[in-house]
Structures are given as C-alpha cells and as structure tokens.
Design a protein. Structure first.
Lengths: 187, 198
C-alpha cells in the first residue's frame, strides 16, 4: 500500500516532521508518559535524524498516541496546542516531557507545561488554556484514529515503516535504529 | 501422606531441594539441551509476541536479503536491540531461563513419573505471564492498564512502579513455585544416579 493510501499516514503534512517526504517514511506513534517512548526518543530518534533524515533518505513523522498514563492525555493536548503555534517549541516541549516523566502527574502537568513554555516565545497561558479546553482535540483524535485504522496496536512507541513510498510493516516497542534501517533496506 | 493444599517453597530446605533437583536434571546432557532450547523458545515467544506483523511480514516474508531479516529478528532480543531497558531485559532473561529449567524438569518428571495437571498448569501460567511481562516491559504498561480498564480501574488510579515488569515478576514467582512442585514430586527418587532428597 502506498503512503497516501495507508491510514497511519492520514493528514501526513499536518504532523510534526523531520525531513522531506520524498524518500522512506517513519511514522512514530508516541505517548509522552510512556517510558519506552522516552528511551526511543532519547536513543533511537537522534540516530534516525543523523543517518537517514539528514542525508535526505527518510522523513520522521511524529503522531500523538496517549494510551499509557493519565497525564499523557493533557500533555498531548498541550503538544498539539503548541505545535499549532510553533513547531520548534513543540519539539522542545516533547523533550521536556520525556526528560521529566518521573515528576509529571495529572495534578501538575498543566503547571509544569506552563512553566516550561514561559521560557519560549509562546504565550504560555494561552497554550495551557487551549490544552485544558481541548481546543485541538480534533488533531489528537486524528492521530488516535490513524493509529486505530492503521492497526498499530497499543504497545508504545509504535512505528509504521514505508520503504520508498510503500508500506512495509509496523513495529512496536522502542525498536533499534538497526532494526529500522534494515527493514528500510538502508543498513 | 497426601497433602490437600499445595506447599510453597518457604524454608531453606525447600530451596536446597529445588536447586539440587534442577542441578541433577540439568547434569543429564539431554535435559540440558531441552532446557536451553526451551529458554531460547520462551525468550523468542516473549519478543516475537510483541511484533508479530514485523516478524511475519519482514523476517518470514518480504523481499529483504537473509542477512537483513536475521538482523531484524536479532534486534528484537534484550541486550541486542533497544526494545528493553537493562532491568527489563535482565528480568526477561531470568524468566526465560526459569522457563527452560521448568520445562526440562517437567519433561523429566513426565517421562519418569507422569506429570500432574497442577504442575503442568503452573508451567504454562509462568510462560503466559512472562509473555505479558515482555509486552508491558516494552510498552510502558499500556497492556496492563488496558486490562485494568476492563476491570473498571481507571489508569489515573493505577501506578506501576516497575513500568509493567510486575507481570514478569509474577511469571518468575509462578515458575519458581512450579519448579518447587516438580522437585517436591520427585522427592525420594533418583536423578542421574543421585538421590533427589536433601
């Protein structure tokens, strides 16, 4: 199945992304509250960027998939509200969530999000207000629908891999760079 | 004397009985091979169960060269790929090794004395829990939280300090109990020419 026809790639250009969409494609479904997503983000995504995205061989697309701990849902709303304003701030907020998973909870996620965004150019109060009112819930639902329709399962992170524009497989867990590169024929 | 309630390994003597019996069974080359094969099979079941579409579509099927397929498969295992952290991978290896020991003792017991339904059931329960443990170790508990939600427990009420490794810990406990029951059932017999009793 080609990229435009595959459910995991629905509304692809509206998602946070590294790289151009004219080579291989890696669509990652992640939950900011998921520890293995943090490991994937910390250990695997940088190598994907260095080895596949920077040379122009692949694009890495992020999609929200809040299915683990409860604080992941408001965090996802905040990520979408941030992305709608500034993609760079979105990646920064995602990094912040992953680095601070141990101290984030449903009770403090809004306060800590606001505190982090205060260090950016964004209006942190407006972002948190949008997150709390689920102003960008359509975008979150689009990601959840893409995951469900694409059959990625509930083990996170989940990646959908496309080789030269054609769907190959999904993979669950913080799979290694070597697994992804071999599957894409880039090892 | 018959016992209506199954015993648990609670004393040092119980643990000595388990380790001595397991050591004696594994000293027989055939059963050492059975244990090794069962351990590898259990670990493979744990990791493959997380990525059935990947294994069927890329490792078994697909158009990649054999070397790439084998690499993809190997990358699913703990300490080779990055799917599991150190604690998670270590615990999965422990569960896999316990599964192997358990299966080899069960095969020995089955061939020599006939296996009870109870012991066979605990062996299977250990492997099933180990598989769930692998799933949770990789996904940060989404599977366990999903099961909890089916029981009406909201994810906000549930905190898993081991990020889902609770299942794998449960598997190791079940497997130890199973090994103990097997050893207990072999009490009074001989393995490799040596008495099982301590």
């Amino acid at each position: 199945m080609s990229v435009p026809d595959h459910p995991t790639a629905a509304a692809l250009t509206a998602q946070p992304r590294y790289g151009d969409l004219d080579g291989h494609l890696i669509v990652a479904f992640e939950d900011p509250s998921c520890p293995r997503c943090a490991a994937f983000h910390d250990r695997v995504v940088p190598t994907i960027r260095d080895q596949l995205v920077e040379p122009g061989d692949a694009a890495f697309v992020f999609r929200n998939y809040p299915v683990v701990y409860a604080w992941g849902e408001p965090a996802t709303q905040a990520l979408e509200a941030t992305f709608a304003r500034d993609e760079s701030a979105f990646w920064g907020l995602l990094d912040y969530y992953y680095r601070n998973q141990s101290r984030l909870s449903i009770d403090n996620v809004s306060r800590l999000t606001e505190s982090f965004l205060a260090g950016t150019d964004l209006d942190e109060t407006a972002v948190v207000a949008d997150a709390e009112s689920a102003a960008y819930d359509d975008a979150v639902q689009a990601d959840l629908d893409a995951a469900e329709a694409g059959g990625v399962g509930r083990s996170t992170p989940a990646v959908a891999l496309f080789r030269d524009g054609t769907f190959v497989t999904t993979a669950n867990g913080s799979v290694s760079y070597d697994l992804i590169a071999n599957t894409l024929g880039e090892a | 004397m018959s016992r209506s309630v199954p015993r648990l390994p609670t004393t040092r003597r119980d643990w000595r009985l388990m380790t001595r019996t397991a050591r004696l069974v594994l000293s027989v080359p055939t059963y050492a091979v059975v244990a090794s094969a069962a351990s590898v099979a259990a670990l493979t079941l744990f990791v493959v169960s997380l990525n059935v579409p990947l294994v069927s579509g890329v490792v078994v099927g697909g158009s990649l060269p054999l070397a790439n397929r084998l690499r993809v498969l190997l990358e699913l295992y703990p300490f080779v790929g990055t799917s599991f952290g150190t604690a998670q991978g270590g615990l999965l290896l422990v569960v896999a090794v316990l599964s192997g020991v358990d299966v080899s003792m069960a095969v020995y017991h089955l061939r020599e004395h006939g296996l009870s339904l109870q012991t066979g059931g605990t062996t299977l329960a250990g492997v099933v829990l180990g598989t769930l443990g692998a799933g949770c170790a990789a996904c940060g508990s989404a599977v366990l939280l999903g099961l909890a939600s089916l029981l009406g427990v909201g994810s906000s009420l549930l905190f898993l300090p081991l990020d889902g490794l609770e299942f794998a810990l449960g598997a190791s406990v079940v497997l130890v109990v199973s090994i103990y029951w097997l050893a207990d059932g072999m009490r009074g017999g001989r393995v490799a020419g040596c008495p099982v009793d301590v």
